[in-house]
Design a protein around this ligand. Structure first.
Ligand SMILES: Cc1cc2nc3c(=O)[nH]c(=O)nc-3n(C[C@H](O)[C@H](O)[C@H](O)COP(=O)(O)OP(=O)(O)OC[C@H]3O[C@@H](n4cnc5c(N)ncnc54)[C@H](O)[C@@H]3O)c2cc1C
Ligand SMILES: Cc1cc2nc3c(=O)[nH]c(=O)nc-3n(C[C@H](O)[C@H](O)[C@H](O)COP(=O)(O)O)c2cc1C
Ligand code: SF4
Length: 657
């Protein structure tokens, strides 16, 4: 039986701020001593070649995460079998040839003072035949609710082969130098599929009651124990709640975990969600911070087993409280350490304002599946740390940055840090650009953290800032810089239809700039990200709202999980959604819209909000392009997109001037 030492008072190292002293107290279980309570949970980076080989980039990625100060780093899920992969860029451990690459990761983590741990995994039905060139394996003839392809239910013999493969993977993990193995039993992947009545309707010994559904996991644990011995530290990640009918609940998860403790697990990581409820796996900004801590605490109380909690814990003070109040033994900070790998070290020194906080936008999750590699909205250097290394310049230049939105701010502090003489001009009395408006809605308040971080970097590197300063061509001539950075953003598009000048037509900006928008019957023209967001905002302040969208669906290119919850909330707030229709004209007391069949409809309304997109604000560029300065345009000023591009382009430019 594993013994939790969490109740033993071990003083943190000297120099740790009082406000995080519990977070930085050591923790022991089995033969492992963790220097603090922060764990980097498994996070697919997909910085891996499509034949599964580990490159210098992969190793550097892990080295950097470890160097930031967490006590333990768990690698991304490594497939135990070829048909268990979810992407060609997934890490693998199903053959001895992968040991060499994985051992480089283990060594890099260890050399930075963290415990190297590895997660082993099989996707089961949650992958596609296109990737694995065969039907995905599953416990029962039930398709994955998101991928929806045909599946191949596992025979008893097939199950036994997989149990052995998990054992082989365990041996390879140990040979590669990892000091803890985590079995991925969560997130709707194969082991989770066996646990849950939602995905397991087998009538043999691997289905039926809790014991039957836990049998596969139990055999996997026993096999790893048989191969690695009693002492090797073994973790199990579980989705303790699936939030679907017939899915796992905390009560049943406790029963399952009791079986697995008897089989030999030493620690559990308590997560949530499955292939039908991904919003519980990677909680978007709508979800409360630390929303899974309660389930971890219940499991900790019910079992004599150390517990790791995970899920939207992006703040070291909050993490400290979780440890202080005994809700968990260890805190996993995943996206938080992608956004800022140095968060543990900064927190330990009390440099809280210097932490680049994760805003739960899930761009990282979206990018691994859409782009095949991880990217972060707030941390453009993630996965390209070498390319975007900040190096001092030999010949400092006089740089004039125009626009204090996310693009201009990033360009300004990065260029200053490199040694350039930078002046930033912003016509508004405050910095932040359109992102300030973007952070007005309740569920997006955390965007303010991004602005706070950028402002802090300006202070730290002493960037000369001129607020309330509208730059004209004349001013540029007076300043006479070597380089002009135009980060002037974008302006809203306005459809040219009859009545558009009417008093009832207002911009998104005027709504978001007002403290409490008056409750009025409102029609929003445009159901993209901004239109949906403003619809939710107004409906929350009591306005009856209708959205008119030309496309068949609303939500545009919003990240999948955010879109799912946002649309659910719009429906809960009775927002009327009219698709495949566009604005024809605005009248005194309403709008006329026309659908794809040319049917016209009048909608009575007291307020019309135009949310049909943005176009680059190039006015200044057009005036100065012939002056002969070195001019760069970044962010929305180049093409109206999102803060992600603006921040990235600001960083790239700041690193290259
Ligand atoms: C309601 C809303 C919600 C949004 N939500 C999100 C989101 O959730 N995620 C996301 O990624 N993106 C979001 N966006 C988009 C995002 O805000 C923009 O893409 C991003 O701010 C562009 O950054 P930028 O630095 O290029 O320009 P901006 O943020 O537009 O900043 C340009 C700045 O330049 C200043 N300026 C212009 N001309 C001059 C001049 N001549 N002299 C001095 N200053 C000047 C402006 O005052 C402004 O502050 C949202 C936008 C809106 C409107
Ligand atoms: C890009 C990305 C990749 C992930 N990959 C894995 C994975 O390989 N294995 C796993 O168990 N969880 C994975 N997760 C889930 C995280 O480990 C964690 O449970 C989740 O992000 C919530 O914690 P956080 O809010 O601290 O990020 C991933 C999450 C993200 C955002
Ligand atoms: S992309 Fe968004 S959710 Fe992911 S780590 Fe960065 S800020 Fe957090």
């Amino acid at each position: 039986m594993p013994v939790s030492d969490s109740k033993i008072d071990i003083s943190p190292p000297g120099g740790v701020k009082d406000s995080v002293k519990y977070l930085f107290s050591p923790f022991r279980f089995k033969d492992l001593t963790l220097k603090n309570r922060i764990v980097l949970p498994a996070l697919a980076s997909f910085l891996i070649e499509d034949d599964g080989s580990i490159t210098e980039k992969t190793v550097n990625h892990y080295r950097l995460r470890a160097a930031g100060g967490p006590a333990m780093v768990i690698t991304e899920a490594c497939a135990v079998s070829q048909e268990g992969i979810v992407s060609n860029h997934q890490a693998r451990i199903y053959d001895d040839r992968f040991i060499k690459g994985l051992s480089k990761i283990a060594r890099a983590i260890k050399s930075e003072g963290a415990i190297p741990a590895i997660q082993i995994h099989h996707a089961g039905r949650q992958t596609s035949a296109k990737i694995i060139k065969q039907k995905p394996l599953s416990p029962s003839p039930l398709r994955c609710p998101t991928i929806r392809g045909d599946v191949e239910p596992l025979t008893i013999e097939g199950i036994q082969i997989l149990v052995e493969k998990f054992g082989d993977a365990g041996v390879r993990a140990m040979e590669a130098g990892f000091e803890l193995i985590e079995i991925h039993g969560a997130h709707g992947y194969l082991i989770n599929q066996f646990f849950s009545r939602f995905s397991n309707i087998r009538e043999d010994e691997y289905g039926g009651n809790t014991g039957g559904r836990a049998r596969f996991a139990r055999e996997v644990v026993l096999e790893i124990r048989r191969r690695l011995g009693a002492e090797f530290p073994l973790s199990f990640k579980i989705s303790a709640q699936e939030f679907v009918s017939d899915g796992l609940t905390v009560e049943e998860s406790i029963r399952i975990l009791k079986i697995l403790v008897n089989a030999g697990i030493d620690i559990v990581q308590v997560s949530a969600g499955n292939d039908a409820t991904p919003e519980w796996i990677c909680q978007p900004s709508f979800m409360k911070k630390g929303c899974l801590v309660g389930s971890a605490e219940r499991i900790r109380k019910a079992l004599d087993l150390p517990v790791m909690t995970v899920g939207r814990i992006n703040d070291p003070l909050m993490a400290n409280k979780i440890i202080e109040t005994g809700k968990a033994d260890l805190v996993c900070i995943g996206r938080g350490l992608m956004a800022d790998p140095k968060m543990p070290k900064k927190a330990m020194q009390g440099r809280f304002d210097d932490i680049r906080t994760c805003i739960a936008c899930n761009t990282c999750m979206e990018s691994i599946f859409r782009k095949g590699r991880v990217e972060c909205l707030v941390n453009p250097a993630l996965g390209r740390e070498k390319e975007l290394e900040i190096r001092l310049v030999k010949t400092p230049k006089k740089v004039m940055v125009i626009g204090g939105g996310p693009g201009g701010l990033n360009a300004a502090w990065v260029a200053t840090r490199r040694g350039h003489d930078v002046q930033l001009f912003e016509r508004q009395p405050q910095l932040g650009g359109q992102l300030k408006l973007g952070s007005v809605s309740n569920f997006k308040r955390e965007l303010l953290n991004m602005i706070r971080f950028q402002k802090r970097q300006l202070e730290r590197f002493k960037v000369q800032c001129h607020l309330d300063h509208e730059v004209t061509a004349e001013i540029i001539k007076q300043v006479n810089p070597d380089v002009v950075v135009l980060a002037t953003g974008s302006v809203p598009l306005v459809p040219s239809v009859e009545g558009i000048e009417s008093e009832i037509v207002v911009s998104i900006h005027s709504i978001l700039n007002s403290n409490r928008p008056l409750p009025k019957r409102t029609t929003i023209i445009g159901g993209g990200a901004a239109g949906c967001e403003i619809a939710l905002h107004l409906s929350e302040y009591g306005s009856p709202v209708a959205i008119v969208e030309t496309l068949p669906k609303i939500g545009g290119n919003l990240e999948t999980m955010t879109k799912k919850i946002l649309i659910k909330k719009l429906k809960e707030n009775n927002v009327r959604i009219i698709t495949e229709s566009k604005l024809l004209k605005v009248e005194d007391n309403g709008v006329v819209i026309i659908d794809k069949n040319k049917n016209e409809t009048f909608i009575k309304t007291q307020r019309v909000v135009i949310a049909v997109g943005y176009q680059s604000d190039n006015r200044l560029y057009d005036q100065i392009k012939s002056f002969g300065y070195e001019i760069h345009r970044i962010g929305d000023c180049l093409e109206a997109r999102s803060a992600k591009e603006a921040i990235y382009e600001g960083m790239v430019l700041g690193c290259s001037i």
